[in-house]
Design a protein around this ligand. Sequence first.
Ligand SMILES: *Cc1c(COP(=O)(O)O)cnc(C)c1O
Length: 419
Amino acid sequence: MSAPSRMGPSVSMDCAVDLETRHLFPTYAKTPLRVVGGDGCRLYDDGGRVYLDMLGGIAVNALGHAHPRIVAALREAAAEERILLHSSNLYHHPYQGPLAARLATHIGLSRVFFCNSGSEAVEAALKLARARARRVKHLRDFETPEIVALHGSFHGRTAFALSCTGQKSYRAPFAPLVPGVKFVAPDDPEGLVRAVGQRTAAVILEPVQGEGGVRPIAPDFVRAARALCDNAGALLIADEVQCGLGRTGAWSACRQAGAAPDLVTLAKPLAAGLPLGALLGRDELAQNLGPGSHGSTFGGGPLPCRLALAFLDAVEQEGLLAAAETRGRRLMTGLRALAKDGGPIEEVRGRGLMIGVVLRGKASEMTDALLERGIVAGTAGERVLRLLPPFVITDGEIDRFLDVFASVLAATGRAGGAP
Ligand SMILES: *Cc1c(COP(=O)(O)O)cnc(C)c1O
């Protein structure tokens, strides 16, 4: 097939897939699902088949697809004759300030830096922590301000964020990475005590680990990290790119665990599908990211900020924090009822609508079996089925998922192995 001279929707899906195979770096092992549209918790493929979306674009589509408020915000913007898609961060525009103020209220931290992704938000947090430690701890040039991170964590793919990601297979090909990172097991509070010291600039943790297997960190551990940071004059960074902004039933999963972080990173659901990341921090930390110290060309552009304001409207006015909590409980209870001694389910864990089902077999075989039956779900590692459905999922949709999942489990039992 020759490459068409004009790209766009006029290209057949077969052709689009073929072009991907030939021209994209093969970074993703893609599922052969061709998505062309969605509404609510439903996705549509190019043949018109409907799927129940239990993955929400990896926690991005918290409002599902084509949410009326998001569609209205897009329409309103697109209808403006003098629509401003970019103004650069050298100038003011009408949407960054209001968005920053509302995020500040919800997260309880008053300063915001906008960027485009989770990795960039983490990168900004780590840079801030290092610059601050260098300054307030009077470190000499050859002394490294240290970061303490957790085994099993995921903080992103850029160099500093990757250096703090507690999964060797992600880091190994790119060594040497940023020095001065120590890893501690999330179930080893004594290890944490040993790791945090006077050279520590920050402890970074996901209150609920996502990519590493949907693993909630014990609130005691999070609070211990807070206390150790206070003693060592270090910052507590909560990476809430996946678990924040309502996913666990709270604006901040770290606060929900009973600890007030110094820095919080946000991204995935923030602009309802457009790229937008944010670092939030205490007011006193403002001087550590002074003029010229850090920046982003696209970060906090007018359109992503408008959509983020609409996302916050929806979460606030449609009671979606409570919804994530109660719908999460319904899903979790239903899943736990399917876990039997010696059955295919080893454990069900998570918080709110962030749920991992640890299987005895391969999670990818489960997602394949679910997809055949019209359900999109994800994996986190070899054996964890990952569920991150939109907050707008209905009770009926949860029950339908549970029915289909039960039938796949029953088939697994009969076959004595893979579904
Ligand atoms: C997804 C994720 C990131 C990275 O976000 P990108 O937008 O892919 O750069 C960082 N931290 C956590 C906890 C994440 O889940």
